[in-house]
Ligand binder design. Structure first.
Ligand SMILES: NC(=O)c1ccc[n+]([C@@H]2O[C@H](COP(=O)([O-])OP(=O)(O)OC[C@H]3O[C@@H](n4cnc5c(N)ncnc54)[C@H](OP(=O)(O)O)[C@@H]3O)[C@@H](O)[C@H]2O)c1
Length: 230
């Protein structure tokens, strides 16, 4: 059955892969600051969700699925991170999601088995050097997932995905050449870095009816990094 799905950040990386997976069978509303590559049938809306309100007239009255993808990867030693860096990371990763969820709550409540997917990182469960700012922001996302999943049950499901390094524009600096990609791959028990589609498939599952008995979970899509030692 066709669903109304809102994807914040559906024009690049994991969000673009998710848009392309879902666009075939659903009404997808894709929100980003810049125009993306057009996928047939997708409704594109340009909004900076950190600074502007969503135009609810351009979104459906009832929303069945919502994914929030804007994020940051700012890897620096703690001593060189400024206070404003922590604030910026918190603003984009957490407050953007909070603002969007507040604006979409009524429409989500009217949805058909509505489901929300937020994005964390493997670096919340696994302590990693230079990740303090992003791990703090995404730790807040994991807290938000569990709190909202409890508060909005049984109507709206809320889950999170915690990827490890995935080949997207956001990770372009870290994966800037083949040697860096190979070094990253070798750190993972499955000896691969993530592809946007690997993570998008997990998000599509959490937005679908197939996951209808799952809420309040953080799904590691991380090549085994968070839980395996090989
Ligand atoms: N890639 C990784 O290695 C990795 C690892 C762990 C966790 N994650 C998490 O996974 C999520 C997706 O990552 P990704 O790598 O796919 O990111 P990405 O390549 O940077 O894509 C982010 C998407 O969000 C949009 N966006 C950013 N800021 C926005 C704003 N203020 N308002 C509206 N749209 C905005 C971008 O479009 P515009 O720029 O045009 O606005 C783009 O469509 C993020 O939350 C990230 O933290 C990624």
């Amino acid at each position: 059955m066709s669903k109304n799905i809102v994807i914040i950040g559906g024009t690049k990386g994991i969000g673009e892969a998710l848009t392309s997976l879902l666009a075939k069978e659903n009404q997808v509303f894709c929100i980003s600051r810049n125009p993306g590559e057009i996928i047939a049938g997708v409704n594109y809306i340009q909004t900076d969700v950190n600074n502007d309100m969503l135009d609810m007239d351009k979104l459906p009255d009832s929303i069945d699925g919502l994914a929030y993808l804007p994020g940051t990867i700012r890897l620096k030693p703690f001593h060189s991170l400024k206070e404003e860096h922590f604030q910026e990371d918190f603003e984009i990763n957490v407050m953007g999601a909070v603002k969007v969820l507040k604006q979409c709550y009524r429409s989500l409540k009217k949805g058909n088995n509505p489901s929300v997917v937020l994005f964390s990182t493997v670096a919340v469960q696994q302590g990693m050097p230079f990740h303090s700012s992003i791990a703090m922001a995404k730790g807040a996302i994991e807290g938000l997932v569990r709190s909202l999943a409890a508060e909005w049950a049984p109507t709206i499901r809320v889950n999170g995905i915690a990827p490890s390094i995935t080949d997207t524009p956001l990770a372009a600096d870290i994966l800037s050449n083949d040697e860096r990609k190979e070094r990253s791959a070798q750190r993972h028990p499955l000896k691969k870095i993530g592809m946007a589609e690997d993570v998008a498939q997990a998000a599509a599952f959490l937005l679908s009816e197939e996951s209808s008995w799952i809420s309040g979970q953080i799904l590691g899509v991380d090549g085994g990094l968070s839980s395996l030692r090989v």
